[in-house]
Design a protein around this ligand. Structure first.
Ligand SMILES: [Zn+2]
Length: 456
């Protein structure tokens, strides 16, 4: 019997965590935290599996909403087997240590859970096993029924460095979980490489289910539009702030900007990066011959960059034209991009470019939807500010468009699809589109706490 139970990240984006019972072997797929929530509310609902056996946790990639719940799970299950790709393990070592300080600050008055320590992260990382793409490894459950272990493997998801989909096979039945997946090429990474076989059950992310990308400009057109706008701002003496996730988007945008500058499409100017994003870039550089890259010649560390964290006065960034890549991507309060945005908003020559997904309840969402002349409050408690800078929206997603998601179904021919990691509208559109094209497929919209029986 196989059952699927979402613990988080089912009908929204954040704290991705799913429990699979495969004939008695308990496997957790991803273990994230919700980027916008704090305390117990940011964690997956671990209490739902309090009485279940947990044999392994497989992690698709190192984004917060897929991995940062791990230290909390391990507090209760210190001996659980954790497996991921070597790249995800290397990045997680940086990002989890980086979160220690942030969480301590965030949880000063928190009583429901405690922040973890650097020592706990060291122990955790030491215990993480790594497997390369397409390498098959076995998971044997303590309460496993029948002799065969679960055969597992990671498959390049084309989302960020080390990102993977997970294939699980047992007694002739197969389950594939996409994780965050990109079926289109980005600047650094080529598209996902799916397993070349039929799967019975597909657990599919649906981030962009609600967006009709066929109406939107291509990546190339979007790059040219960005370069053109950037040139206008730089020419008038303005600085450009691009809020990015330190993992993935920072490296992608840095490479893209550099390539545009090398081609002469974008005016050469100072680029500022810094913090954890820079350390992650060095992991990218080390892996360029290990996993598929579009262009192994580009070294992120060779791209001229100034260190954002060495600037004494952040206001100085507005005195001379430059481009600043700062995290967090959604301008969460008290982060570098948030502090910079407060300054940028009051500068008439400057511009903020948004380039990715914004949770509707973040300052980033408010900025993206504001225009010059508006009065904006970055948070409910913040002082209202006049928007004096330009705000431009661009799309460089690391996720599949919905046509890409439908292509996954065509390639894998599942008999059952479970939709996860999407807001209601996205899941609705995907569900209808799948049933229209493949009326025999059984489609489930995942809900936290609602168990789905896949095979009796
Ligand atoms: Zn991701």
């Amino acid at each position: 019997m196989i059952t699927f139970l979402p613990l988080g990240g089912a009908n929204d984006i954040g704290a991705s965590c799913y429990y699979l019972d495969i004939d008695g072997t308990g496997i957790i797929l991803d273990c994230g935290t919700h980027p916008r929530k704090t305390g117990l509310a940011m964690l997956p609902q671990f209490d739902l599996i309090a009485d279940k056996s947990i044999d392994a946790v497989l992690v698709t990639h190192a984004h917060q909403d897929h991995i940062e719940g791990l230290p909390y799970l391990v507090q209760h299950h210190p001996y659980v087997r954790i497996v991921t790709t070597p790249q995800t393990r290397a990045i997680a070592e940086l990002t989890l240590h980086n979160s220690v300080r942030i969480l301590r600050e965030q949880m000063k008055n928190e009583t429901t859970i405690r922040a973890y320590s650097h020592e706990e992260i060291d122990l955790l990382i030491q215990s993480v096993e790594w497997r390369s793409y397409n390498e098959v490894f076995n998971i044997s459950g303590y309460r496993q029924m029948g002799g065969d272990p679960v055969h597992s493997s990671f498959h390049d998801a084309g989302h960020i460095l080390g990102s993977a989909g997970i294939l699980l096979e047992h007694n002739g039945k197969s389950v594939f979980y996409t994780g965050d997946v990109n079926m289109n090429t980005q600047t650094i990474f080529p598209s996902a490489k799916l397993p070349e076989q039929h799967v019975d059950v597909l657990i599919l992310e649906s981030t962009h289910g609600a967006t009709d990308m066929s109406q939107l400009p291509s990546r190339e057109t979007e790059q040219l539009r960005l370069a053109k706008r950037a040139n206008q701002i730089l020419e008038r003496g303005g600085s450009i702030l691009i809020p990015v996730f330190a993992l993935g988007k920072m490296q992608e945008l840095l490479t893209m900007l550099w390539k545009l500058m090398e081609k002469g499409t974008l005016a050469r100017t100072d680029i500022y990066t810094g913090g954890i994003g820079r350390k992650i870039s060095s992991v990218y550089d080390k892996n360029r011959y290990v996993v598929p890259y579009n262009d192994t010649e580009v070294l992120l560390s060779d791209i001229p960059q100034n260190d954002l964290y060495e600037i004494e006065q952040l206001d100085d960034l507005l005195r001379r034209p430059c481009i600043v890549l700062a995290s967090s991507g959604m301008l969460v309060e008290n982060t570098m991009s948030y502090k910079l945005a407060q300054r940028w908003l009051s500068n008439t020559k400057a511009a903020i470019f948004t380039v990715g997904y914004m949770d509707p309840q973040t300052p980033g969402f408010r900025i993206r939807n504001a225009q010059k002349g508006d009065l904006i409050q970055l948070t409910d408690l913040a002082e209202p500010q006049n928007v004096r800078c330009d705000i431009d929206q661009f799309r460089f997603s690391a996720h599949s468009d919905r046509e890409g998601l439908l292509r996954i179904i065509q390639q894998l021919h599942p008999s059952t699809v479970i939709l996860v990691h999407g807001e209601e509208q996205s899941v609705d559109w995907m569900g209808h589109a799948i049933l229209q094209r493949h009326p025999t497929i059984k489609v489930h919209a995942a809900e936290v706490g609602k168990q789905i029986a896949l095979f009796e």
